[in-house]
Design a protein around this ligand. Sequence first.
Ligand SMILES: Nc1ncnc2c1ncn2[C@@H]1O[C@H](COP(=O)(O)OP(=O)(O)OP(=O)(O)O)[C@@H](O)[C@H]1O
Ligand SMILES: [Mg+2]
Length: 208
Amino acid sequence: MIGANGAGKSTLLRTIAGLHRPVAGTIQLDGSDITHLPAHRRVAAGIVMVPEGRRLFPSLSLEENLKLGSTRSRSGAWDLDRVYQLFPWMAERRGGPTVHLSGGEQQAVAIGRALMANPRILLLDELSLGLAPAVVQRLYDMLPALLATGMSILLVEQDVTQALRVSDWAHCLLEGRIMLSGRPRDLASTEVEAAYFGLSKRAVGGGG
Ligand SMILES: Nc1ncnc2c1ncn2[C@@H]1O[C@H](COP(=O)(O)OP(=O)(O)OP(=O)(O)O)[C@@H](O)[C@H]1O
Ligand SMILES: [Mg+2]
């Protein structure tokens, strides 16, 4: 999901996660309507969000932050050991605070916390926000391994090139509406630019 500042990307993710109630439309999971399901039950159903800005708890240790992810967890293979396998550096710093971690490390903790809930659908809001290119690359390099476990990822990203490179499907949001949808290889860059900057009036899907 790509789109400029203020396009409504976070609002869409938060609505899917159950933190906002839509004024119109429905949210469906496997064909059943979950529009009125509270957020914690959506986590149990496998919809788990990594929020924009990581939102770690500064008074808690790294491991305590991770454990919070499993409070409403779906059962599954993800636990502390598996997160530490994915991010070995975390095991060594498990008892320490998260405030001293770099932005990329904090993002990794936020991802680890989400994985602790055993997501079927992982909502990632602005994975690359405020991070150095090499750090962003490392986080992106990890995504195929997550997808290989059968998890789906809905990635919100302002870095269009990076997002289109890793996605099967892309949607461009503008003022709360999907302006363009398709497989990245089928989308011309001029088309993406027009949808991103609002140069095209064609809205598809009727979202809002
Ligand atoms: N579908 C919508 N209908 C009405 N208002 C919306 C809708 N989506 C978002 N907004 C409003 O637009 C503003 C920006 O939304 P949001 O923060 O979701 O954008 P964003 O794409 O995540 O921006 P950023 O790139 O800065 O993170 C907010 O004030 C939000 O309440
Ligand atoms: Mg946002």
